[in-house]
Design a binder for this molecule. Structure first.
Ligand SMILES: Cc1cc2nc3c(=O)[nH]c(=O)nc-3n(C[C@H](O)[C@H](O)[C@H](O)COP(=O)(O)O)c2cc1C
Length: 177
């Protein structure tokens, strides 16, 4: 079955921050995006889309958020060849700077291993952290949009304003940016 909307946004959220950001993204990408909470719907629907956005927070010193953890094997069993995926991660660089955004890095690795094409890396400029497993090989970028609602809530909207047009271009959708 194919979905009428070209982009599927899949997220999970323990305390609501990733959920809030998913909604901000959906508002900006209206009418192209369908939002899925994987804690409720699982990850089966990922196969309906050629373009995906995935949102993952890091928990417990570099660990996956629990709902993502539960879906991990199901994702590992899917084929993502030909699918484009843009990631966004939630983390706390001040409180957990040794593990900043690690889960986004883990998701990037998993998706790469099942054939996905990951799009829109994001510069590390403007962040302060000690270590992250979500960096590109040259260490200059994150593998997706890094958001920090705990310490940098004030720049989230601005970051989204820059990120969304890049995602649209990567997905061959019209963008105002
Ligand atoms: C107990 C605890 C552990 C956390 N561990 C990390 C971590 O290792 N790395 C990180 O970047 N953020 C960490 N965070 C910050 C969360 O990722 C951040 O608060 C995020 O916005 C939560 O998203 P959610 O509300 O969607 O679950 C941690 C937060 C808590 C409360």
């Amino acid at each position: 079955m194919t979905n009428a909307k070209p982009i599927g946004l899949f997220y999970a959220s323990t305390t609501g921050n990733t959920e809030d950001v998913a909604q901000l993204i959906a508002d900006r990408l209206e009418p192209w995006v369908q939002v899925h909470d994987i804690a409720v719907e699982g990850v089966e629907a990922m196969q309906q889309y050629g373009c995906l956005i995935m949102g993952i927070p890091t928990w417990d010193y570099g660990e996956l958020q629990e709902d993502w953890q539960e879906c991990w094997q199901a994702i590992a069993a899917q084929n993502f060849v030909g699918k484009r995926v843009a990631l966004f991660g939630l983390g706390d660089q001040m409180g957990y700077g040794e593990w900043f955004q690690d889960a986004m890095g883990e998701l990037h690795q998993l998706l790469t291993s099942v054939g996905a094409t990951l799009v829109v890396p994001w510069s590390v400029e403007g962040y302060r952290f000690e270590a992250s497993r979500a960096l590109t090989d040259d260490g200059r970028s994150f593998v997706g949009l890094a958001l920090d609602e705990d310490g940098q809530h004030g720049v989230t909207e601005e970051r989204l304003d820059q990120w969304i047009p890049q995602v649209c271009r990567a997905f061959d959708l019209p963008s105002d940016g």
